[in-house]
Design a protein around this ligand. Structure first.
Ligand SMILES: [Zn+2]
Length: 361
């Protein structure tokens, strides 16, 4: 796997700053901390943002936040929108010891779990970590002459509280949260739709060195995650060395977890065939061997049908006139298990820069 000069990105997600101000929500009589402070959040304009636990955490547009805010009582709005603080020992969740999840009162995003709650004696519900780091956004808060870190819901910007570095193990953090910013859902009770992760599907592609394939697919809007691994071989839990030696029959492959509401399987096929050369047999650029073969490992019959249709269309394109598309289209039954590769192969391209021989687009 050698350096390739310039590898073009399939999709460039343009990050733009979106300013969301809470000023409009401030109560006229508010004496709350920082009620007139504007809060800036950053959003990717090109596509949705997902957390590792597969929640859509794309910052909500201002109009949606205003619509959601209509349901709040003045006391709730005072804390959530105007960054107020409820009185200590007055919140209904401070001493709650039941098992369950605490979701954002404004947008429903799960924020904390009972397993991370502890008794701090401060008078506010306290947690040593959020349910997912991407669900809580930290911002600097210099109000009242203090240097504090404020916590907001990452999706709607609701004020939650502050985080301090005097919490218990394992994080040493104390998320001090207003009860009023949270809604508790007891374990076993059904979560509302807005508090559930997105329904995901999986797709598997092999197109040469998995570092680059993973990197390109990871950037497609609607893709939640992509990991490098091995598929289509005979042995269980193969190592990189075994696959390199070509003994196991595995291909370097990438598992893609995607949100079918945002990106279709056919869209992923289109990207896959754009980022590698499907006419090269058992190689990709300078990488030779069956482990570098071009293959689509279908997760189900529907994917197999779509892949076959897509390849049929490709064969009719002028680009492939006189050439043979040699991509293997493998059924779910024959594809077998996807084995994630060793940790050092994951996000390799992201960590180490251009290191994969992918054709320019
Ligand atoms: Zn929220």
């Amino acid at each position: 796997m050698r350096m390739l000069g310039l590898a073009l990105l399939v999709v460039v997600a343009l990050g733009v700053s979106v300013g969301i101000t809470f000023r409009a929500f401030s109560q006229p009589q508010a004496a709350s901390p920082g009620g007139s402070v504007q809060v800036k959040v950053t959003a990717k304009a090109a596509g949705p943002v997902y957390s590792k636990s597969a929640y859509d955490v794309t910052p909500l547009p201002q109009a949606k936040i205003e619509e959601l805010a209509k349901k709040l009582t003045p006391a709730e709005a005072e804390v959530i929108l105007a960054r107020g603080t409820e009185r200590a020992f007055c919140g209904n969740l401070t001493d709650n010891k039941m098992e369950g999840v605490y979701v954002c009162r404004l947008c429903g995003l799960p924020l904390f779990e009972s397993g991370a709650k502890f008794h701090s004696g401060t008078g506010w519900p306290s947690f040593f970590r959020p349910v997912d780091e991407a669900h809580v956004r930290n911002v600097e808060d210099n109000s009242y002459g203090m240097e504090r870190t404020e916590n907001l819901c990452a999706r709607c910007g609701a004020h939650l509280g502050h985080v301090f570095e005097d919490g218990p193990k394992p994080t040493g953090l104390r998320f001090c949260v207003n009860s009023v910013s949270l809604v508790f859902v007891e374990k076993g009770k059904e979560l509302p739709a807005e508090s559930r992760p997105v329904k995901t599907e999986r797709a598997y592609f092999a197109g040469g060195c998995f570092w680059g394939v993973e990197d390109r697919l990871q950037q497609v809007p609607g893709v939640i995650g992509a990991i490098s691994g091995y598929m289509g071989g005979s042995s269980k839990s193969p190592t990189y060395k075994e696959v390199c030696e070509g003994d196991t029959g595995h291909a370097e492959a990438v598992e893609v977890v995607f949100d079918p509401a945002r990106v279709s399987y056919t869209d992923l096929l289109a990207v896959f065939f754009r980022i590698h050369d499907p006419t090269q047999l058992n190689r990709q650029g300078p990488d030779f061997g069956t482990q570098y073969r071009s293959a689509v490992f279908a997760a189900d019959e529907a994917q197999l049908t779509q892949a076959k249709e897509y390849v049929e269309k490709l064969r009719g394109l002028p680009k492939y006139t006189g050439k043979k598309v040699v991509t293997q289209l493998v059924s779910a039954k024959d594809a077998g298990v996807f084995y994630p590769a060793e940790a050092y192969h994951q996000d390799y391209h992201l960590k180490h820069g251009g290191s994969c021989p992918l054709p320019p687009e």
